[in-house]
Write a protein that binds this ligand. Structure first.
Ligand code: AP5
Length: 219
């Protein structure tokens, strides 16, 4: 089963994708994570993406399409029961390329799960987000704290990081980019009859339950 987890910055795509990896053995394909890894490694794509990401704008379609296409050809993805696209596609051009790409690889999209969240909640979610530096588990200052303060629940790590683009000014440009370039994709997928909306304002566990129900209905 291949799905897109769709929603604005901070909607909970990454949080929920990690849970679905565990419950369904699906593989999370996050273009944001891939781009951050490229920036860290100083690759050609990373150098081109760095400034754009820090401003909260979208990286070129060409770069993200190439990184997704290469990732879909890797052995672990081919062997998995399906993938979760997280943060991709983000423009109509990316969605059209994804259709072609999946066709050529003998894959299909089963559903687009849209996380509906009010804009006002997103800034609070993003500015309070932090991640375990060792295993990448995500937390929030208010909404998802580790059981023991300062110690990661997953790996026991004690170092945490915050993303360079998780400040209020950049979040506001990311939201503008979402409304201008990405939200039109909901109509694109509505026309294919594969959109499933869930209430992303609910508590994290409730959102997971709603998504699991959607995936059960698609299976
Ligand atoms: P990317 O990394 O994709 O960021 P994003 O879309 O802005 O999404 P986030 O990762 O910020 O949010 P999320 O929905 O995953 O929320 P999370 O689960 O962490 O992209 C970054 C940049 O890369 C872009 O700006 C762009 O420059 C570039 N880029 C990436 N893909 C691209 C593409 N395809 N094309 C062009 N450019 C691209 O949750 C947020 C916080 O809220 C967490 O702390 C979490 O604990 C908490 N939380 C989650 N759910 C809930 C809940 N239900 N209730 C309360 N708190 C919650």
């Amino acid at each position: 089963m291949n799905i897109i987890l769709f929603g604005p910055p901070g909607a909970g795509k990454g949080t929920q994708a990690k849970r679905l990896e565990k419950s369904r053995n699906l593989i999370q394909l996050s273009t944001g994570d891939m781009l951050r890894a490229a920036v860290k490694a100083g690759t050609e794509y990373g150098k081109k993406a760095k400034d754009v990401m820090e401003k909260g704008e979208l990286v070129t379609d060409e770069i993200v399409i190439n990184i997704i296409s290469d990732r879909l050809d890797e052995a672990d993805v081919k062997a998995a029961p399906g993938v979760i696209f997280d943060g991709f596609p983000r423009t109509v051009a990316q969605a059209e390329e994804l259709d072609k790409m999946l066709d050529s690889k003998g894959m299909k999209l089963d559903g687009v799960v849209v996380l509906d969240v009010d804009d006002e909640a997103l800034v609070e979610r993003i500015t309070g987000r932090y991640t375990c530096a060792k295993c990448g588990k995500g937390y929030h200052d208010t909404f998802e704290k580790p059981a023991r303060e300062g110690v990661c629940d997953e790996c026991g790590g004690t170092e945490f990081t915050r993303r360079a683009d998780d400040n209020e000014e950049t979040v506001r440009s990311r939201l503008s980019a979402y409304h201008a370039q990405t939200s039109p994709l909901i109509d694109y997928y509505e026309s294919k009859g594969i959109v499933k909306k869930v209430d992303g304002m609910a508590a994290i566990d409730d959102v997971t339950r709603q998504i699991e129900e959607v995936l059960d209905s698609l299976a």
